[in-house]
Design a protein around this ligand. Sequence first.
Ligand SMILES: [Zn+2]
Length: 110
Amino acid sequence: MRKFRIHKDDKVLVISGRDRGKIGRVLRVVHKHDTVVVEKINMVRRHQKGNPYIQQPGKIIDKEMPLHISNVLVVCEACGKATRIGYREIEVDGRKQKVRFCKKCNEDMK
Ligand SMILES: [Zn+2]
């Protein structure tokens, strides 16, 4: 499985489509489809029909649709800029670990 540089709970900037320029939090990464679901981005309105038998009224549901991974950029918490992410190895307690870092300000990311 390919690894994504975008993780759940990252802040991302949308760079194309209807919500271009908006920033949201990643709710879900769908590896299978190379997509991410971002809070309050790419919303669609679904009309759900009521069911009179169980006295359930119809309602309108707002729902986030997935965006392709190439349409978002991670926003760095340290410098606040939309950035590309690199990986580097650091040593923690004598063991090597991979961490993500911001290519703009060079800070490690969570
Ligand atoms: Zn940065």
